[in-house]
Design a protein around this ligand. Structure first.
Ligand code: BES
Ligand code: ZN
Length: 626
């Protein structure tokens, strides 16, 4: 029944995975691929080492759009090293063809793959190739890169895209170690290309030309396996940190991220040792659909945070913070994403406060508070403003919102303010230490909170006792939630009032010492009735359309679309055809629709769509073609 069909299959205990880890669980993956830019495919095999908890059960894996060529099983060879198995190139295993079958393709989950395991089998080898449309990979033409010389490939596996390039148990509740061999075809034009992974690079004199080897000794969920291939170079930032980027971007990136080593020290002093040996940041081409992705040891980042003044580096603090919240202690299913993202935003702000002062972290907290308010007001489903959300039958990419991030962080801030940092910081550290390299649920957090904080600490005078039930399971933001405060923003508010009432002219606005955050707050706060003429004056005085800070630029473009300031249109079109960051694109296309410019939106989208990442395409298809 090789390659045969199964009837309808339901996901297991994780609503977004067909894996049944309580029966058979994957412990280690050996990966080997040849990277073909010509065919836009990875071609190779995944060798899985499984633990058989139920000796009679088959192995269930997640897949999406994979061409499976063969499946074999073998007993574990005697010479396999338990602690650091090298499975990518294992020799001497007694392989036999396995019986396997796939279920029907679910539009969200992909296709379950069932592999029968003979009595002694512990190794499973799947020979396969990825589809050029793999949802977890983006293949870029040279012209989509900064230097324009070489093509570029990168993966983005969160939430459920690892299955589109690796047959695996694609649930954040399952952790594996891995080793990998990546083969880049060697030609004269390709000789400067390198492969990078979320793993330790293995240096060896035995490496063939174009061969790159990796090992990841810390167990991680499948969504943190990551790969990038392109012409990038590395610059050191500190003892154990560095940055990778295309040559023309590298100096700028190294200047922007100069504080990374200090960020690591702050995080360690609060929440315990950094457990991943190295921390590097890879700056991707602008098509990257997110701001950042916390691939272990190797954060992937959008180039749109290179503002030149380090004003957007909280994103790096955020991805680094995931080294504790998310990568060390992971949400067991996507229904508890807040355990990853809410904790991470909280830690991010603590890092920013320690490095750049409370004034800056409060400005960022206020911007986040405003995002949360807007998000909650715009939700179709009020239940989605709960921290723990039911997601069975829903795509986790589409359910992602500021609720997990900002409501999650606000809940933790309330606990901090109630019990004081003296009690709260050690509590958080203990949460990480006692759950290191495991996956957790809201329920476990609630039990731990009760045991380790509520029962052993008393709230500070006039502060309230922890209220996890309300925060985690009720919709909306609870009454009496913490309220961030910023004098710098209050000064901006006064300026907005003066401008709106005609007491100040654009030319005499006291903006000389404004930070980029204040500018953002200013643009967000401008009243809807402001005449288009004022936007023209603002642009003439402050050259906003020429801003090189992408947060400010995106905010300004959105405002200009909504208020009919057509002078931005050329810059807007250039932005939409080059940048793929979903957080910027969705509001800009929405603004075009709201301004009655569906024709422009569709025209620009048709021009740009092929250059967008599959995740961005999916969101915009729903918005513009749905
Ligand atoms: N892990 C997320 C990115 C993500 C979340 C990808 C869910 C896929 C599904 C990453 O850490 C993140 O939160 N990135 C943010 C930036 C952050 C500063 C809020 C982003 O990309 O905007
Ligand atoms: Zn995050």
């Amino acid at each position: 029944m090789n390659g045969g069909d199964l009837s309808h299959v339901e996901p297991g205990s994780d609503p977004h995975s067909y894996a049944r880890p309580d029966e058979v669980v994957v412990r280690h993956m050996g990966l080997q691929w040849t990277v073909s830019f010509e065919d836009r495919r990875l071609v190779g095999h995944a060798t899985l080492w499984v633990e058989r908890r139920d000796p009679s059960a088959p192995l269930w894996l997640d897949t999406r759009d994979l061409d499976i060529e063969a499946v074999q099983t073998a007993p574990r060879p005697a010479n396999l090293e338990e602690s650091s198995p090298a499975l990518a190139r294992i020799e001497g295993a007694a392989w036999t063809e396995a019986a396997w079958a796939r279920g029907e393709r679910d539009p969200i989950l992909g296709q379950p793959l069932r592999i029968e395991l003979p009595p002694q089998a512990e190794l499973v080898r799947i020979a396969y190739r990825t589809s050029p449309q793999a949802s977890g990979l983006q293949w870029l033409e040279p012209r989509q890169t900064a230097d324009g010389t070489d093509p570029f490939l990168y993966s983005q596996s969160q939430a459920i895209h690892a299955r589109s390039w690796i047959p695996c148990q694609d649930s954040p509740g399952v952790r594996v170690t891995y080793d990998a061999t990546v083969l880049l075809p060697v030609t004269a034009q390709a000789e400067d290309r390198v492969a990078l992974m979320s793993a330790r690079r293995v240096e060896s004199p035995q490496l063939g030309p174009g061969e790159h080897r990796f090992e990841m000794p810390q167990p991680i969920p499948a969504y943190l396996v990551a790969l990038a291939v392109g012409r990038v170079e590395q610059q050191s930032l500190g003892e154990r940190s560095g940055v990778w980027a295309e040559p023309s971007v590298l100096p700028r990136a190294a200047r922007e991220f100069a504080d990374v080593e200090r960020m690591m020290e702050v995080a360690e002093s609060l929440f315990g040792p950094y457990r991943w040996e190295r921390y590097d940041v890879l700056v991707l081409p602008p098509a990257f659909p997110f701001g950042g992705m916390e691939n272990p040891r190797l954060t992937f980042a959008t180039p749109t945070i290179l503002a030149g003044d380090r004003s957007l580096v909280s994103l790096v603090a955020h991805e680094l913070a995931h080294s504790w919240s998310g990568n060390l202690v992971t949400n067991a299913t996507w229904e508890d994403t807040w355990l990853n993202e809410g904790f991470t935003v909280y830690i991010e702000r603590r890092i920013v406060e320690a490095l750049y002062g409370r004034g800056r972290s409060e400005m960022e907290a206020l911007l986040g508070r405003q995002d949360l308010q807007d998000e909650i007001e715009g939700l179709d489903e009020p239940g989605d403003s709960r921290l723990h959300v039911a997601l069975r039958g829903r795509d986790p990419d589409e359910a992602l919102s500021d609720v997990a991030y900002e409501k999650g962080a606000l809940f933790l801030r309330e606990l901090e303010e109630s019990y004081g940092r003296e009690a709260f910081d050690p509590f958080v550290r203990k949460w990480f230490d006692s759950h290191a390299f495991t996956s957790v649920s809201s329920q476990e957090l609630e039990a731990f909170l009760d045991r380790e904080l509520v029962k052993v600490a008393v709230p500070l005078p006039s502060r309230q006792v922890a209220r996890p039930q309300v925060w985690i399971h009720e919709p909306g933001v609870p009454e009496g939630a913490p309220q961030p405060r910023s004098d710098a923003f209050e000064r901006v508010d006064a300026v907005i009032d003066a401008l709106a009432s005609g007491k100040t002219s654009v030319r005499s606005l006291p903006t000389r010492d404004w930070t980029p955050h204040q500018w953002l707050h200013f643009l967000r706060g401008l009243p809807a009735e402001l005449p288009a003429r004022t936007l023209t004056e603002l642009d003439a005085t402050f050259a906003l359309t020429a801003s090189t800070n992408y947060e400010i630029l995106a905010q300004w473009l959105e405002l200009s679309i909504l208020r009919g300031h057509a002078a931005v249109d050329e810059r807007l079109e250039q932005f939409l055809t080059t940048v793929g960051r979903r957080k910027f694109l969705v509001p800009l296309y929405e603004a075009l629709l709201a301004a009655g410019r569906r024709g422009d939106a569709l025209r620009i989208y048709e021009r740009s769509r092929a250059g967008y990442h599959p995740i961005t395409q999916h969101s915009l298809d729903t918005l513009l073609r749905g």
